[in-house]
Design a binder for this molecule. Structure first.
Ligand code: CAA
Length: 283
């Protein structure tokens, strides 16, 4: 592997999924959260996901224990000092990410590469908030990270030679497929996917068809694993809104002007699966 010890900051859905992928690949991981309650939630994500794999006969209980043991959980940023790569996966707020990167800049080895899992913010803006912009890359996993095979690896105009390639090698070594993309809002996959998702939200709100029929049409007619409204509930409607706003800001393409129904649901706190209700309700 091109890195030997990897830190993950933020153990929400994405961060915990990324930590699991790394630990499954045999790498020691340091997982950081802000407090004990968040750390407990992070541990819960890891236990649930690996437990599901055991339940499906994809992993032995012993294999699961080894994976969980490879992830050292902590609330101390200083514990990242021995990592040669740190992947940040905190909520999509630029100010928060900049604070995290300023802290990483202080505690991490001078030669450590720092990566962001942002799906909508500018990697360049994050890079310039550190004293080592040439060592900042984007590494964008998809939800659910343990299952989805694609990872976008993003280099900025400031990224030094070799770092993108090293991160892409790591991704390949983990059994995923890397694609190398430039720092444009939405990168490649979200830039193409979200115009479609947004249109589905508008169709639903316009009464074009029921939510079930919109989803069935694309699942069976488009050969997709999930229909668009179910997928948005999985991604999180707040994340969907953030991605659309970022892409719209850059592209000014009306396809990315967020559907009013999406904004309405987010304002109401109905964020999809993670809150129990979005386009659908979850028991
Ligand atoms: N965590 C870990 N594993 C999971 C999981 C999760 N949250 N959800 C499902 N799985 C695993 C299951 O254990 C199962 O594994 P095995 O085949 O090894 O037994 C496998 O995934 C299939 O799961 P299920 O049979 O339960 O359900 P499914 O066949 O409907 O698959 C799905 C579920 C993988 C989520 C599938 O529906 C799918 O691929 N959906 C599309 C997801 C997608 O498009 N994601 C990208 C969103 S965009 C994004 O993430 C970018 C961004 O920046 C917002």
């Amino acid at each position: 592997m091109s890195f030997s010890k990897i830190g993950v900051v933020g153990l929400g859905t994405m961060g915990a999924g990324i930590a699991e992928v790394l630990a499954r690949g045999g790498l020691p991981v340091v997982g950081v959260e802000i407090d004990d309650a968040a750390l407990t939630r992070g541990r819960g994500h890891l236990e649930k996901s690996t437990g599901r794999a055991v339940g499906r006969g994809r992993l032995t209980e012993e294999g699961r224990r080894e994976i969980l043991d490879r992830v050292a959980l902590t609330t101390a940023f200083a514990d990242l000092a021995g990592c040669d790569l740190v992947i940040e996966a905190v909520p999509e707020r630029l100010e928060l990410k900049r604070r995290v990167f300023a802290e990483l800049d202080k505690v991490c080895r001078a030669d450590a590469v720092l990566a962001t899992n942002t799906s909508s913010l500018s990697v360049t803006e994050i890079a310039v908030s550190t004293g080592r912009p040439e060592q900042i890359v984007g590494v964008h996993f998809f939800n659910p990270a343990p299952v989805m095979r694609l990872v976008e690896v993003i280099g900025t105009v400031l990224t030094g030679p070799g770092h993108v390639g090293r991160v892409a090698d790591l991704v390949a070594g983990l059994g995923k497929t890397p694609v190398v993309v430039g720092d444009r809002a939405g990168f490649v996959a979200n830039r193409l996917l979200f115009g479609y998702l947004n249109q589905a939200a508008n169709m639903y709100a316009d009464g074009h068809a029921t939510r079930e029929d919109i989803d069935t049409a694309m699942r069976l007619g488009g050969g997709l694993p999930m229909g668009p409204l179910t997928l948005m509930d999985l991604i999180g409607l707040d994340t969907c809104l953030e991605v659309l706003e970022a892409v719209y800001r850059e592209s000014r393409d009306r396809r990315h002007a967020a559907a009013p129904v999406l904004r309405e649901l987010v304002t109401a706190g109905l964020l999809g699966r993670k809150t129990g209700r979005g386009f659908y309700s979850y028991g």
